[in-house]
Ligand binder design. Sequence first.
Ligand SMILES: Cc1ncc(COP(=O)(O)O)c(C=O)c1O
Length: 377
Amino acid sequence: MSSILSNVLPAPEDPVLSVIFACRDDPCPVKLNLSVGAYQTEEGKPLVLEVVRKAEQQLANDLHAVKENRVVTIQCLSGTGSLRVGAEFLAKHHQQRVIFVPNPTWGNHPFIFTLAGLSVEYFRYYDPHTRGLDFEGMLEDLGAAPSGALVVLQACAHNPTGIDPTLEQWEQIRQIVRSKGLLPFFDNAYQGFASGNLDSDAQSVRMFVADGGECLIAQSFAKNMGLYGERIGALTIVCTSEDVARKVKSQLLLVVRPMYLSPPIHGASIVTTILKNSDMYKDWTIELKGMADRIISMRQQLYEAIQARGTPGDWSHIIKQIGMFYFTGLNEKQVRMMAKEYHIYMTYDGRISMAGLSSKTVPQLADAIHAAVTRIP
Ligand SMILES: Cc1ncc(COP(=O)(O)O)c(C=O)c1O
């Protein structure tokens, strides 16, 4: 039989590989291979970094929950619908009706949970003096919560403060949540917007999944896929056994049936296509990073513009905060003045969506903030 490949010539010897092979074939017991640029320990062994081992363990634990069939996911109407379905389910099947949310939190949280029949309470989160996390207050309040209480934790890029716990702080939060027997309900509306990386932004949730305990996760694809109008999201409940998961799933279907029976399919098909295709998934992560980076650059530009105007006060929180929102610390009077005189609109708690800002509009905002701070106490 004729061969169309018979004309292929042998490749020239690879100088790196030939050294490796020569060393491999050298029978001398004291041979020393100094040709490969891979880190080795004093014992001449390759090193697996501790942090890599931990990350691997975490991923394995995530998969454990899925492999063990104790994860239930149900498509819902974006993040809001996922929170609502989770809340309805909990109000019906969980003995403890108290749900703790951060103070402050997304304005819709209290409405969603109250209407579902839960009783909303707050845990300390934001410290207006430091414009940072009131971590001690948060731990104290969670520590004093009644056993079985529900706790809403925003997975990343906290709305409205733009302040997230560090990984070490998340670990302490996890310990207190677990030791007090609280049930965590993650709201994951901005995955990718905190760090620009989907995996890094999922670390808080993964920590809780990895410990084998229960949690709920409301996932939105509105922002990180720009699918606002498709209302595409999912509620995931991680259970402790396959048997529990089966019962939970049957009850979730009962919650959804009288609400909207079945979810729309178009947005879900888009998300599924992206998640299942490795090239598209990669493209998504690149575009998402582009969005996150633009927001980071807006923060830097705004910070520099305010510095340049000599506006009184410390404005470093602009670049310390993360995610889509900048919690300015401006009061309602100042916010109203900025709308009236500068035509700049933000929520009355002083929250600005950095995603709505551009290099062109930064000076307008910086002027307005400067005027508000210098004219109105
Ligand atoms: C913290 C938080 N959770 C959930 C949502 C719900 O988003 P959606 O229903 O558009 O997915 C939002 C939207 O602003 C939010 O800020």
